[in-house]
Design a binder for this molecule. Structure first.
Ligand SMILES: Cc1ncc(COP(=O)(O)O)c(C=O)c1O
Ligand SMILES: NCC(=O)CCC(=O)O
Length: 426
């Protein structure tokens, strides 16, 4: 029963576009009424009609320790009572910068911002400023936030809603974003060669998460690093989704590759609006006030978000990543057993605690493959799971997330429900 959510949706639509403050929250792709969430705890979210769901969206990634994690709650409460924003430097900002730099291989300096969009937008400005070139290369289906330069062949909600190239982006901006194929190094080389001395940066999600979860294959990241070095192009790894999730030091640690610039978000804010970009000394010494490339923010390094982020990072030790890996492996093995036993035309990818079940027999290497998924069956499955109390992202083109609060018992319960839901769908 979603009576209260339905009434709230109707009320919300009168004053908020689509009734939501971010398009992915509406159920436009899958149809139906999005539950309006009242509260969340651990692996569960509860809606206004008092339905309880096992949550695999986790605020689209941040809640890696489960919702309302007691240590994050306490740290945020303590910080907010001290004053929620000063617009002046604080000691805690150094603490979190030091924690991030210590964890992430190759990262020298970091600047806090308030959203992943800002982080990615700032990183390409730095790359363009340092290289004195204007074009960037991104990959179809990758999503780096909603800044103009990234809304070209964009993934996530832009793809779900069929709006990969948004109106409102100028032709000039669109012309400066070149599109390559994920896991296809030759597509990148061809673009750089066709635009000599014009490409400032290549930006990518190291594990694609915004067209479903797709890992880099055949040393794609290492080949990209070598190509960027050869062509003097900045490599920007967008770890907004993967950072502090797929390993303690993010995807750069997991895959052993060092970019020139990094983008972070989601997990580092502990559920508050905080993100960051950073890079080598060479790149970051050009950022104002040290250098001429301007970037700023009234609420950047917000004390409450910083306190929450520190409380999150402190808990994310080696043991936490082992646990996330084990839970991910349990879910993957369970899905595979169901697929094999029934001969369903499904395939899956998982990297640590990120996963997607594709309604496609595979192989899935990039956005071009994902486009031929059976969306009608996915949508049916999504609703079959929702009615059984499992909250998945309302789109095939998204990754699912696990938290440390997802116990082995919860995973078993989800697998049982998935088996029943799939039997209903096929
Ligand atoms: C890889 C990636 N980059 C950037 C962003 C943008 O972050 P935000 O939504 O915080 O602006 C997202 C998610 O939204 C993302 O998944
Ligand atoms: N994978 C989708 C996102 O991470 C974005 C969430 C949002 O835009 O609200």
């Amino acid at each position: 029963m979603l009576d209260k959510s339905q009434a709230l949706l109707e009320r919300a639509q009168k004053t908020i576009p689509g009734g939501v403050n971010s398009p992915v929250r509406a159920f436009k792709g899958v149809g139906g009424t999005p539950p309006f969430i009242k509260r969340a705890e651990g692996a569960y979210i509860f809606d206004e009609d008092n339905n309880k769901y096992i949550d695999f969206v986790l605020s689209w990634g941040p809640a890696i320790l489960g919702h309302a994690n007691p240590e994050i709650v306490a740290a945020a409460q303590h910080a907010v009572a001290m004053g929620s924003s000063f617009g002046a430097p604080t000691a805690a900002e150094i603490d979190i910068a030091e924690m991030i730099v210590a964890r992430v291989p190759g990262l020298d300096r970091v600047r806090m911002v308030s959203s992943g969009t800002e982080a990615c937008m700032s990183a390409i400005r730095v790359a363009r400023g340092v290289k004195s070139r204007e074009k960037i290369i991104k990959f179809s289906g990758c999503y780096h936030g909603h800044a103009d330069s990234f809304l070209i062949a964009a993934g996530s909600g832009a793809m779900t809603l069929g709006l990969p190239n948004s109106p409102g982006v100028t032709r000039g901006t669109a012309q400066d974003t070149l599109i390559a194929q994920f896991n296809n190094i030759e597509s990148v080389r061809a673009l750089i060669d066709a635009n000599p001395d014009q490409v400032a940066a290549v930006i990518l999600e190291p594990v694609c998460g915004n067209t479903g979860c797709i890992p880099p294959q055949d040393d794609f990241l290492k080949k990209l690093r070598a190509l960027c070095t050869e062509k003097d192009v900045a490599l920007i790894i967008d770890e907004v989704m993967t950072g502090f999730r797929v390993a303690r030091g993010g995807a750069v640690e997991r895959y052993g590759v060092k970019p020139d610039l990094y983008c972070f978000g989601k997990v580092i804010g502990g559920g508050f609006p905080m993100a960051a970009y950073g890079g080598t000394h060479e790149m970051m010494s050009q950022v104002a006030p040290d250098g001429p490339i301007y970037q700023a923010g009234t609420l950047s390094g917000n004390p409450v978000a910083v306190a929450a982020g520190i409380a999150a990072l402190k808990q994310l030790d080696a043991e936490a990543y082992d646990l996330l890996e084990a839970r991910g492996a349990q879910l993957e093995a369970g899905f595979q057993k169901i697929i094999d036993a029934n001969g369903y035309p499904l395939s899956q990818h998982r990297v640590g605690s990120m996963f997607t079940l594709f309604f496609h027999p595979g192989p899935i290497r990039n956005h071009e493959d994902v486009k031929s998924c059976d969306l009608e069956r996915f949508n049916h499955f999504f609703h079959a799971m929702l009615k059984r109390g499992v909250y998945l992202a309302p789109s095939q083109f998204e990754a699912g997330f696990l938290s440390t609060a997802h116990t082995p018992e919860i995973i078993d319960e989800v697998l049982e429900k998935a088996e029943a839901a799939l039997a209903e769908v096929f």
